[in-house]
Design a protein around this ligand. Structure first.
Ligand SMILES: Cc1cc2nc3c(=O)[nH]c(=O)nc-3n(C[C@H](O)[C@H](O)[C@H](O)COP(=O)(O)O)c2cc1C
Length: 197
């Protein structure tokens, strides 16, 4: 079977982020099953808050093109995001909003064409008991309805995430390991089924 190219994205870029830790644990699990994992740091894309005047003046920032190329190059995307007041973080939404503004040029597809039919898996982590569950459901809707991405049904919200990792960054609870694995497995199956040829 061809190597799965997985693009890993965290909705929190802060130092010590719990979602960053969950992303790292999931990436490690995916790599040990043979996936090639590329991580994109949304903060490094330096995307300003979406502003139509910026777009009119200077066009869509280069960071959005970097995200487009990363999405285009992968077989599947894994997004691990906190919830802020029940919503996915502005970091994630803003990046995808800018991506949606990219029009096709020459050989490069538009932002929305690059995301269409791309498999996505969702994870979330929070110190709270629900682990960010509400934001995942909204993110699922956003990615499916607008970006035509195919979000796998399995998802996992890691509650009490500040107590969930050992010193090496591994998840303590075997049930949590299994839940992350279920998302990764489903993502790999879907990506393999959609691979051309
Ligand atoms: C503006 C804001 C809103 C938040 N809202 C929620 C929330 O609705 N549900 C929740 O479980 N945690 C909420 N939190 C707490 C975050 O889950 C917590 O800060 C978490 O550590 C953020 O993820 P990170 O560690 O990956 O940066 C909120 C935090 C902030 C800063």
């Amino acid at each position: 079977m061809a190597t799965l190219k997985l693009l890993a994205i965290s909705g929190s870029a802060r130092n010590g982020s719990l979602n960053g830790r969950l992303l790292a644990a999931a990436s490690h699990a995916a790599s040990s099953r043979g996936a090639q994992v590329d991580t994109i740091d949304l903060r490094s894309l330096a995307l300003p808050l979406y502003d139509g005047d910026i777009e009119a003046r200077t066009g869509v920032p280069a960071g959005a093109s970097s995200l487009l190329e990363a999405v285009r190059a992968c077989d599947a995307v894994l997004i691990v995001t906190p919830e802020y007041n029940g919503f996915p973080t502005p970091l994630v939404i803003n990046a995808f909003d800018w991506l949606s503004r990219l029009q096709a040029t020459g050989e490069r597809p538009s932002g929305l064409a690059a995301t269409a039919n791309k498999p996505v898996g969702l994870l979330a982590a929070s110190p709270g008991p629900l682990g960010g569950l509400r934001s995942m459901n909204l993110l699922r809707q956003y990615l499916q309805m607008t970006f035509a991405m195919i979000v796998v049904p399995q998802q996992f919200a890691l509650g009490r995430a500040h107590e969930a990792f050992d010193e090496a960054g591994a998840l303590n609870d075997p049930k949590a390991v299994q839940s992350v694995d279920n998302v990764l497995r489903s993502l790999a199956h879907l990506a393999a089924a959609l691979r051309p040829g």
